[in-house]
Design a protein around this ligand. Sequence first.
Ligand code: PLP
Length: 359
Amino acid sequence: MTQYVLMNPGPINVSAAVRAALNKEDLCHRESEYFDLQDSVRRKLLDAFQLDKKDHAAVLVTGSGTAAMEAAFSSCISPAGRMLVIKNGVYGERITKICAAHGIPCDCIEAGWTERPDMDAVRSKLKTGKYEVLAAVHHETTTGLINPVKELAIAAREAKVPFVLDTISGLAGEELELGANGPDMAVCTANKCVQGLPGVGFILAKRSMLARMATFPPRTLYLHVPNYFEHQEKRSTPFTPAVQIMYALDVALDELMAETLRGRIARYKMAAKILREGFERLGLAYLVKPEWRSNTITTLKLPSGRTYDQLHDGLKARGYVIYAGQGPLAKEAFRVANMGLISEKDLRAFEGHLRAVIG
Ligand SMILES: *Cc1c(COP(=O)(O)O)cnc(C)c1O
């Protein structure tokens, strides 16, 4: 099978070393060797994102990003609590679906899918004292729009409302304050900008938030964050983790630290710049304003007379996998992501292939 250049927003192209990690020894997850691996991954997550073990902890959850997301958002609120959700894309909407599935009442601050939320509306809602959690998505993968996370964190702190952030497609791709002034809980995954493989998500949480959540009754058996946290703190695991994916994440974190977080973000920024210069020469139109665009996803209007399937199939024949628009944007837009290990040569060659396919 051809090794495609993956320009979808995860799973991404990984290094040979990350892929080779899958071939390490078979391992029982109740032996000390597994707990050494689990401890190593949890420590490297704090180191890679410059967090202090005194104040923060990493919690690993086996499953796709949505498993970590559902764990975080269903575990962060008391039985009587109400959530305020920022909704300007598919993933903000997914938070509301998680609330619905778990019987958590929520209200939304809605914005158009290429717009940012009205911060005055957020602040005045938070001031009502009705909310126990503010929930938002850092990088709306739907469009490649970056939400105003810093302002949201300030608004939440001023209202003394915990802030829980889905940064699944943002972490290691965008600048993000994660320390004392950051979100109380950040939800992430191994197989986007962290450059690991799909199957493990993780949560970077303030210990104060983890202690607060431990007082709430579990809403689910598998996805209760305090259960994972308690077990992982004492070198245990409640269920069978994706052992091989954890091996790969351990290597991916070494690579991230070798590249440095700043270096990784700068590489993605440069990759997006290379691609966007090409899109401009091709006369393609963006959906998101330049100042709100992420470093890793570009949403473009489909050129007139071309369907997504034509672009996708033409590019796939040339070795590149692009991504469709989502929801209401499916018919009018397509997405090009630059997460993962993509060579500069492949990035630069993309313009010519896209030109040929557009015709
Ligand atoms: C990818 C993604 C998810 C999770 O998707 P999975 O398919 O479950 O891994 C959640 N939120 C955002 C913002 C994402 O980009």
